[in-house]
Each structure stands twice: as C-alpha cells, then as structure tokens.
Design a protein around this ligand. Structure first.
Ligand code: SF4
Length: 272
C-alpha cells in the first residue's frame, strides 16, 4: 500500500501497475527494501520519474526495520514519527492496512464531504479541519476499508469537480448540493479558473525535472561499482539534451548529490 501510494502520487495508474508489480516482486518486504543499495532502488524506479520518492521509500524501510523490526506499526504516533509519512498517509495506512476507524481524506473525498454537508457554497465554518472531523465521525465502526474505498470512488468517478453525476450518486438523498445544476457549476468553475501559470507553458525539455531525469537515467545504466565522470556524463547527455541546457548539468548534479540521489566516488559519479 505504501509503495502504490508513493508511485501514484505523480504517475498515472496504467503506467504504475506493471512497475509496481516488478518493484514489489523485487522488494517484497521492508527488510528486502532496507537491505538494498539505494542505487538499486532508484534503478528499480525507472519509468516512474520523481526519483526522490524511491529514496524516501528506502529511508522509510530502513527506519521500519531499525525501529520496529521490519513490521509497520499501527499506532498513529509511531507512524507519524517515521520519515516521509504525513497525516494523510497515516490515516490511509491505519484504515486500509489495519482497519482502524480512520478517514483518509484526500482532495476528492473532502469535496464530497463538503458538498454533502454544505452544498456548493463555502460558508466560513467549512474549514478542512471541520470536514475531516466529520469524515472521521462518519466512518462506520469496523468498516474503514470499505468506507474509504467507497468515498474515494465516489469522489473520483461520480462527485467530480466539474460534472457531478447526482442522478446515480448513492449520497444524493443526504446531500445538501443535490441535484447540482451542471450549467451553474460550469459557470462557477469558469469564474474561479486560475490563469495558466507561466511554469506550465515551459516546454518539458526546458525544465529542471527533465534534466534531473536524464542524469539519473544515464547513471542507472552504469553498473555498480563503476562510476561516470562528469565530462563523460555531459558527453552522453549531449545526444539527448538541448545544447542550451548542457551548461546546467554540473549544477543539477550538485543538487542531486546534496539530496543523496547521486554519490561522488573520487572524480566519478554513481547512483547512491
Ligand atoms: S449528490 Fe451530487 S453533489 Fe452530492 S455527493 Fe453525490 S454527486 Fe456529489
């Protein structure tokens, strides 16, 4: 569950499924993941992007082994103290893995709860804390897994942001928003639409993410314990990176070293 949550944070589900299966087959438990070389974990992350997620999972596995003998604890405080685990993930783990009466409230579930309680308006009392507390209270005792799955499905497929399908919604009898006037909702969405950010207009090959990904990909192909010198890395990247980006390679490598994704070995570089 932790691995799928992490993979799905930034990557589409169809792409995740085969990579998830391969990753879990290779690292079937916390001990296996903790014992692996960090570079091997990043290599196994190939195809998913945002490689720092692999590093975070690796650090988490090591903490679970060191502090809890390789078994994830179910207590809220013990989970919260682990590296890289925020309040949402704590609730999701407790609900899905341990059937504790918890609500894992993501943006979709919060939207459903808001509409059921307050309709489409946003009164001052409709804070995230109030919505989350209501969600926790609404979890039927002992049915957290089913309840959370159902709410996530309703939020993702029925009570969508722009086109809620109230006629087929199982919550319509209790919902303050139902039935939603689709035309009015579309007009509101247009009125509140944020202007396209300048960042989203930047071509992908001009982003730092593009450069980071190409550098990590190249180093993935260097089998341990071999290393690659910076000049050789730049030569290899020259074939796939626009010329105007090559001067940035050194600085991006420095950042990746600081973040722990790359290690320096003498004058060479390798995955950590
Ligand atoms: S009835 Fe409509 S607005 Fe209310 S939860 Fe269902 S889809 Fe959303």
């Amino acid at each position: 569950m932790l691995i799928s949550e992490s993979m799905l944070q930034q990557t589409q589900v169809e792409r995740v499924i085969p990579l998830y299966r391969a990753f879990v087959a290779r690292f079937p438990d916390f001990e296996a993941l903790a014992a692996a070389d960090a570079g091997d974990v990043v290599r196994a992350w190939r195809g998913l992007g945002y490689n720092s997620r692999a590093m975070r999972l690796h650090a988490l596995a090591r903490a679970v082994v060191a502090r809890h003998g390789g078994r994830l604890p179910s207590e809220r405080d013990a989970l919260r103290a682990l590296p890289g685990i925020g309040p949402y993930t704590v609730a999701a783990i407790r609900a899905f893995a341990f059937e504790c009466d918890e609500a894992a409230v993501d943006v979709n579930v919060r939207r459903v709860v808001h509409r059921v309680l307050f309709g489409l308006e946003h009164p001052p009392g409709a804070s995230a804390a109030v919505l989350d507390a209501f969600a926790r209270e609404a979890v039927p005792r002992g049915r957290a897994h089913d309840w959370n799955s159902a709410m996530m499905d309703v939020g993702a497929t029925i009570c969508t942001a722009r086109a809620p399908k109230c006629l087929i919604c199982p919550l319509r009898e209790a919902c303050a928003a139902a039935p939603v006037d689709a035309a009015a909702l579309a007009a509101r969405a247009r009125a509140h639409a944020r202007p396209r950010s300048p960042q989203s207009a930047i071509p992908f090959d001009q982003t730092t993410r593009f450069l980071r990904g190409r550098i990590i990909d190249r180093l993935r192909d260097v089998p341990a314990p071999q290393v690659l010198e910076l000049a050789a890395l730049e030569r290899a990247l020259a074939e796939i990176v626009p010329d105007d980006r090559l001067p940035e390679v050194g600085a991006v490598v420095e950042t990746l070293v600081r973040e722990g994704l790359i290690t320096r070995v003498g004058a060479g570089l390798r995955l950590s």
